[in-house]
Ligand binder design. Structure first.
Ligand code: ATP
Ligand code: LTN
Length: 324
């Protein structure tokens, strides 16, 4: 079963990225899995060229450190495979302006910026191209990407109806717990790479003492009842969800084991440190050697074989090239 997912080199990775996406990628890893560092997507926000270059390599190292074996799955950088941008154009001529302006993420992000880039509007179409190029069945992502996945499905179906059967229609796969990890200081806002919230975000690179401090200061509530309830107690629910995701259990089972928030927080930080420390150690070792450039070049070559065939099919269907 073909699996595809992507992550933007738009900042430092946090536990939301890990639990929502990368941990699932590792679980879904086979020779049929394609994992992509979507550098073209990162251009939707202002970024210095040197920083973008550096972050792209950092993210590649984190993904390998977290357990993606590039000899098993295909790990590559989006811009190294030109078909992503090419297919995105064809799909932009299938998507409507109205449906793109209705995307929640576009509405939220564009409201925070001046001089919004056109790419921020068309970004979900590029994401659809990423997915459709690989005849993808499953897309492991966090909950915030569900709407974008729905668009990818709609574009695939519309293209197929208009031009003949060309694309596999993909589906989103989200984890049972921690599909939406919230900011520790403001549990109504998702933990994010590109919004600075130092105390609210646990980075994969955080040392043990920083993790413990952030978890102990996480906003909860004052009634003290150990109940898993996102509507009434989002701060606590967020902690229980992360606990369950790291432990591989269920948030209600975790809640039943604790009486006091302080005990829960202490054991959650221990569990996080235990899970994240070996990943951070492997990350630091990987950053010290240059083997990753080769890994990414091999990944792009493997990805291009699949992407070029799908692109050729789409170009033929839409009337750009001759039929066979
Ligand atoms: P940005 O803040 O720049 O939009 P991000 O932190 O949301 O970045 P992305 O690169 O957009 O990260 O997302 C990579 C993957 O991580 C996606 O599958 C996304 O759904 C998932 N993800 C991101 N944030 C969270 C979160 N807070 N909880 C769960 N999953 C998340
Ligand atoms: N838009 C996604 C990143 C992304 C992606 C993809 C995820 C780009 N292309 C393809 C899954 C499949 C985000 O997390 N912001």
């Amino acid at each position: 079963m073909r699996v595809f997912s992507g992550i933007q080199p738009s900042g430092d990775l946090h536990v939301g990225n890990y639990l929502g996406a990368i941990k699932q990628w590792v679980a879904a890893q086979t020779s049929d899995a394609f994992y992509c560092i979507v550098d073209l997507h990162a251009l939707t926000n202002p970024v210095e060229p040197e920083i973008l270059r550096e972050r792209t390599r950092e993210i590649a190292a984190w993904i390998v450190a977290a357990g993606i074996d590039p000899d098993v799955s295909t790990l590559f950088v989006q811009s190294h495979v030109p078909y992503h941008a090419q297919l995105a154009w064809l799909l932009e001529c299938v998507a409507s302006y109205g449906e793109l302006t209705r995307m929640t993420q576009f509405k939220e992000k564009s409201a925070l910026q001046d001089g919004v880039r056109a790419g921020l509007l068309t970004y979900p179409v590029l994401m659809a191209a990423d997915i459709l190029l690989y005849d993808t069945a499953d897309v492991p992502v966090g909950d915030d990407q569900r709407q974008h996945l729905e668009l990818a499905r709609n574009l695939a179906e519309r293209f197929n109806n208009r031009y003949g059967e060309t694309f596999q229609v993909p589906r989103a796969v989200t984890p049972a717990s921690a599909a939406r990890v919230m900011d520790l200081q403001d549990p109504t806002r998702k933990m994010s790479k590109s919004v600075a919230s130092e105390l609210g975000t646990v980075y994969l690179d955080d040392r043990a003492d920083a993790i413990a401090r952030k978890i102990s200061k996480a906003v909860t509530d004052t009634d003290g009842a150990m109940v898993y309830d996102w509507d009434r107690k989002p701060g606590l629910a967020n902690l229980l969800d992360m606990f369950a995701a790291f432990e591989g259990s269920d948030p209600r089972t975790v809640a039943a084991r604790y009486q006091r928030y302080g005990d829960l927080k202490r054991e959650l930080s221990e569990l996080m440190v235990e899970s994240l420390t070996p990943i951070a150690a492997r990350y630091r070792a990987l950053r010290e050697n240059d083997a990753l450039d080769d890994v990414l070049a091999r990944g792009a070559a493997k990805a291009s074989v699949v992407a070029s065939a799908t692109y050729a099919r789409a170009a033929q269907a839409i009337g750009l090239t001759r039929g066979r």
